[in-house]
Design a protein around this ligand. Structure first.
Ligand SMILES: [Zn+2]
Length: 179
């Protein structure tokens, strides 16, 4: 699995930049990274506010806190929701891998010897892709993080992408369907 590479898409624009919000690029799961600039308390307050809002919206997520709290990875994780909706391929479910913070961070826990010897990079990407939120939801979470909105845009997400099978190649944005 490749290491995370990310670029800064958004910087909190205030007189004093307290923290930065990044988006991980070219990775199967959409990941947001908070990085401290000069105030750990501001970073912690922002992360906790985003997590509380996501929890209130029943949107599962994992956190990886790194570098003594100076960098926090937020993984919105809708794998179980998508499994409950019956839209995840059987061969993915058969691996019995439920991606959480370990798996999304790149540490895949393989439960059988047969799978360990045969699993491919492509399959790992497909598994992680199923945990990912869509572009619309990701933008909503980023806006939460930047404190430009108070709640998520929609829940559950009504877009075509969220209600259809995810594809590893489908790493770019998708069109919303109007209901
Ligand atoms: Zn969606």
């Amino acid at each position: 699995m490749e290491r995370f590479t990310y670029v800064t898409f958004f910087i909190l624009s205030c007189v004093l930049v307290c923290f930065q919000v990044h988006r991980v690029l070219n990775y199967p799961t959409e990941v947001i990274v908070f990085e401290v600039a000069n105030c750990l308390e501001a970073l912690a307050a922002a992360v906790s506010r985003v997590c509380q809002t996501m929890a209130a919206a029943n949107l599962p997520h994992n956190l990886l806190i790194a570098d003594r709290g100076h960098r926090v990875f937020l993984y919105p994780n809708v794998f179980s929701q998508r499994a409950a909706r019956g839209i995840i391929d059987e061969d993915i479910l058969d691996t019995q891998i439920g991606p959480a913070v370990f798996e999304i961070s790149g540490h895949m826990l393989i439960k059988t010897r047969d799978l360990y010897e045969n699993i491919s990079h492509q399959m790992c990407c497909r598994i992680l892709r199923e945990a990912s939120v869509c572009e619309t939801m990701l933008e909503g979470i980023i806006n939460l993080a930047l404190d430009t909105v108070d709640e998520l845009p929609h829940h559950p997400c009504p877009c075509r992408f969220c209600s259809t099978k995810h594809c590893v190649d489908d790493l770019v944005g998708h069109e919303m369907t109007k209901d």
